[in-house]
Design a protein around this ligand. Structure first.
Ligand SMILES: [Zn+2]
Length: 322
């Protein structure tokens, strides 16, 4: 039954705008991905989306599919003072999407919240952590969200660990500052180190490191970047202590001997040092290049948690008795 219910996911990630349709079971039956600047402005977004919405509508209509929920995930979304990464007018965005997708309930969320929803509700589940923890996503952006088990996932507030400055006058970041964690540890930084273009990494997905002859210099650099990630993570945990951290990102794909650098970094910044008895750190595969699956998962989550499934089965029962 839930396989007949379709949702729409829209994602701004990996320097592209992706939209896709799938069912509540996590399929991706229709997808379109368009290159988009990491600093995409709102006019350009509207132009790109309007063009792709025509093809989407044709695909949906040809199959008699009734879309029930849409969700869009945006890096940096949800800050009261506005989004410094995509400084768009949110009322205008909602108005625009409401016009292009009339009658379709829409949820906007931060990219890391959508990633957390994707990982927690993935079937089969690979998410072994229970209890309150930090979910840290290390992709084109680097962001975390404190997962409080007593709260629904849409109530979580993300924090932009990627823009913690760890090197004064360091590498340039897309936010305009220098020396941010993201400039050192995002997939874009990795792409530069290993000499593989970003779109090729996305096409290879979670196996992008397997096929490579990563030389010792690059490997040492990746270790150093993981050390910096650990350093930043320890600082974040000093501000907001939690007993467990789950990392989803390229470090999850590196050999254990390399990602031990994260523990070394943690050890140098976390108050009291790193102690596995006090902090459990685990890694899950990031599903690189699968956008907009995270936004789709979030749309499915919103549909189900909003009571959509019950309403749909009530309607089905009424049809059957009629
Ligand atoms: Zn930054």
């Amino acid at each position: 039954m839930s396989n007949n219910i379709n949702v729409l996911g829209i994602e701004l990630s990996n320097s592209r705008l992706s939209l896709g349709v799938g069912n509540l079971g996590g399929t991706l039956d229709y997808v379109e991905r368009m290159p988009a600047s990491p600093n995409l402005d709102q006019d350009e977004f509207e132009r790109l989306f309007s063009a792709s919405a025509v093809a989407l509508r044709e695909w949906v209509d040809a199959r008699g599919i009734d879309l029930r929920q849409a969700a869009m995930s945006i890096p940096g979304y949800g800050r009261e003072a506005g989004n410094p990464i995509f400084p768009w007018d949110m009322a205008r965005l909602e108005g625009f999407l409401g016009k292009v997708l009339p009658g379709l309930p829409l949820a906007l969320t931060n990219s890391v919240v959508a990633q957390a929803a994707f990982n927690r509700y993935a079937m089969p589940s690979t998410y072994a952590v229970e209890g309150d923890h930090l979910f840290l996503f290390v992709g084109h952006g680097v962001a975390g969200v404190i997962v409080n088990e007593a709260e629904p996932i849409d109530a979580f507030s993300p924090f932009e660990m990627g823009h913690m400055v760890i090197e004064r006058d360091g590498l340039v970041c897309r936010c305009g500052h220098r020396g941010c964690v993201e400039a050192y540890t995002s997939l874009r930084a990795v792409s530069t180190i290993i000499g593989v273009p970003g779109n090729e990494i996305l096409a290879r997905g979670d196996r992008f490191l397997d096929a490579l002859e990563v030389d010792n210099v690059a490997r040492e650099m990746l270790r150093e970047r993981q050390f910096l990630l650990g350093l930043a993570l320890g600082n974040a945990l000093n501000l907001h202590p939690v007993p467990a951290v789950v990392i989803s990102g390229w470090p999850s794909l590196t050999p254990e001997s390399d990602r031990s650098a994260i523990f070394d970094g943690l050890n140098q910044s976390l108050l009291g040092g790193y102690d596995e008895g006090r902090l459990s750190l685990s890694f899950i595969a990031p599903s690189i290049g699968n956008d907009p699956k995270a936004a789709l998962s979030y749309a499915a989550y919103c549909f189900v948690s909003g009571g959509g499934l019950e309403a749909a089965s009530d309607a089905r029962a009424m049809e059957e008795t009629a």
